[in-house]
Design a binder for this molecule. Structure first.
Ligand code: NAX
Length: 328
């Protein structure tokens, strides 16, 4: 039998954690033949709630779940970790300035980066879900100098999946008819879901839609502001869909992307498409043998160029702000 893979989830007692842990334990994160050992990291006040979730995990008798450890200590949580899902973050409270938000998250992602640096397994893969996800990932990465930089990623897969569904609905096609969707830039309202490189049954999606008004005034804002619409309707932010996207992100990173298709991941830029090197920005990526590569050589039209640049400019601002605060 295979040795269990250590999977750490931070913010395990939160709502995404609740939707995520059962799917990991059932084998959907890494594959139906891969046993996992769960490490749950929470703040002291929420350890008891995490213990409650762990009781429910026990009650599922998942064949692949070899054990659960619960801790409020980052060093313990990341010791030997191969897959680190950083979900817990400090949300923006009323009246909080951006600097305060970044500083509060620096207080979380700096020590977590250090703990990953100190104890993670050689094959560690990190996915940051907690917002502001791209910049939190940057902070963690900068405090883990011994881990290859490309192992730190942030989640734009929920945006990607939202874009697939909106486009499928518009065209009356199944999501499986769409390939090469891309989210560019920041996981924020400035993100750019790109229909000029996406394909619907082999045709350029923007041409299949043939409605620039819809694309600009409906599709892009609907995808970018979907999180707020969910809060408005549900009275709580996206949880199961966010957990689903985290599963998709890691599963594809480990098991590879389909031939002739790609997925969106926020990854450290190598300078591709004019995105400053080192910024953790969303790109189209393919995965082979457990390694992702940014899709190269795409022609970027003027409309898309401006949208990508605007989102990347926001990432530059966030990076400069955390730099000024001494967080990186
Ligand atoms: P919840 O508030 O339900 O849960 C967060 C949990 O994190 C809490 O249990 C809290 O105790 C814990 N936590 C806080 N600081 C911690 C620390 N230092 N170490 C360990 N745990 C800590 O939020 P939830 O709805 O689960 O969302 C979690 C994060 O995901 C938020 O930052 C949210 O903004 C972000 N999201 C990101 C998305 C994305 O696409 N990248 C989409 C969904 C979601 O909005």
């Amino acid at each position: 039998t295979r040795t269990p893979v250590n999977v750490t989830v931070t913010g395990a007692a939160g709502q995404i954690g609740y939707a995520l842990l059962f799917r990991i334990a059932s084998g959907q994160l890494l594959g139906a033949d891969v046993p996992v050992r769960l490490r749950l990291l929470e703040i002291p006040q929420a350890v008891k709630a995490a213990e409650g979730t762990a009781m429910e995990l026990d009650d599922c008798a998942f064949p692949l779940l070899s054990g659960i450890d619960i801790t409020d200590d980052a060093k313990t949580a990341f010791d030997g970790v191969s897959v680190a899902l950083l979900v817990g973050a400090r949300p923006r409270s009323k009246g909080m300035e951006r600097g305060d938000l970044l500083e509060a998250n620096g207080g979380i992602f700096k020590p977590q980066g250090e703990a990953i640096n100190a104890g993670a397994a050689d094959d560690v893969r990190v996915l940051v879900v907690g917002n502001p996800a791209n910049t939190n990932a940057l902070i963690a990465q900068r405090h883990a100098p011994d881990v290859p930089a490309e192992r730190f990623t942030a989640m734009t897969r929920l945006d990607h999946n939202r874009a697939l569904s909106q486009l499928a609905k518009k065209l009356g096609v199944p999501v499986t008819g769409i390939r090469k969707m891309t989210i560019w830039g920041n996981h924020s309202a400035t993100q750019y879901p790109d229909l000029f490189r996406a394909e619907v049954n082999g045709r350029v999606a923007a041409e299949a839609v043939n409605d620039q008004r819809w694309l600009e005034d409906d599709f892009i804002p609907t995808v970018a502001k979907r999180g707020a619409a969910i809060i408005e309707a549900r009275g709580a932010s996206s949880a199961a869909s966010a957990a689903n996207a985290a599963i998709d992100h890691v599963y594809d990173w480990v098991n590879g992307t389909a031939e002739g298709d790609w997925v969106s991941m926020a990854v450290p830029s190598d300078g591709s498409y004019g995105v400053p090197e080192g910024l953790i920005s969303s790109f189209p990526v393919t995965v082979e043998d457990g390694k992702y590569s940014i899709v190269q050589g795409l022609e970027i039209d003027e409309f898309s160029r401006a949208r990508i640049d605007a989102s990347v400019a926001e990432l530059v601002e966030e990076r400069d702000a955390v730099q000024a605060l001494g967080l990186i």
